[in-house]
Design a protein around this ligand. Structure first.
Ligand SMILES: [Zn+2]
Length: 220
């Protein structure tokens, strides 16, 4: 009931199953009351962001739950403590992890010291033990939007980053500091679910190829 027209249009695009980043872009530019999320992000991060690539990445997300999560993140409508305090649900506007800084999206997913440690651990394992041919040097843009101009990724790594963000968000809701070893278990559960889907869709070979470099991430 609380959804704006803009959110309803976005949901319609997600559920339509149609392909193309343009659909998302058009939803953003058509609506006179569109959120100023793109401008806001660029001001917040003090950088230009390639929105076309950001929306292309969203379009490629297969799971509705993860797609809707990333759309809320990009549109800055995720329920942070600041938003919850505004709604009267939460009193404290500080970060659920460090308790020091304001609970902004960029803080939860990148700037918080606890989250930074999490990403460093992920990056170390990927660079040392995943022979994916990528040299991963994570930054705010890669973590938030799945890309930056200097980093060439692959679809599985994009999915891992997205799952890691979703895991961080789940930790935030439960007010638990994200632990990398717990993420490994979470990733393994997701991997098993994707494997099952691949088997019933007769695409197990493709699935094995896609995940071949990332199995180490699931071994704690
Ligand atoms: Zn924090």
């Amino acid at each position: 009931n609380n959804m704006t027209n803009h959110m309803i249009k976005t949901l319609k695009v997600i559920y339509s199953g149609q392909k193309g980043a343009r659909l998302y872009y058009e939803v953003l530019i058509q609506d006179a009351n569109k959120p100023k999320c793109c401008e806001k992000w660029e001001t917040k991060l003090n950088t230009d962001i390639n929105w076309n690539t950001s929306f292309k990445k969203i379009q490629k997300i297969r799971e509705i739950k993860l797609k809707w999560f990333q759309i809320r993140l990009v549109q800055r409508i995720l329920a942070t403590n600041v938003v919850l305090a505004h709604m009267g649900v939460e009193k404290d506007v500080t970060c659920s992890f460090c308790g020091k800084e304001r609970d902004a999206i960029e803080h939860i997913f990148w700037r918080c010291e606890h989250v930074k440690r999490f990403w460093e651990q992920l990056q170390t394992v990927v660079n040392n033990a995943c022979a994916n041919g990528l040299f991963v040097n994570l930054n705010e843009s890669i973590v938030l939007f799945g890309h930056d101009c200097s980093f060439k990724s692959d679809d599985t790594f994009d999915l891992i980053i997205l799952l890691a963000k979703f895991f961080i968000y789940k930790c935030k809701v439960k007010k638990n500091i994200p632990q990398f070893h717990l993420f490994r278990n979470y990733l393994k559960t997701a991997f098993e679910a994707y494997k099952y889907i691949a088997i019933i869709n007769m695409s197990y070979d493709k699935f094995t190829k896609e995940w071949q470099f990332y199995k180490t991430l699931m071994e704690s």
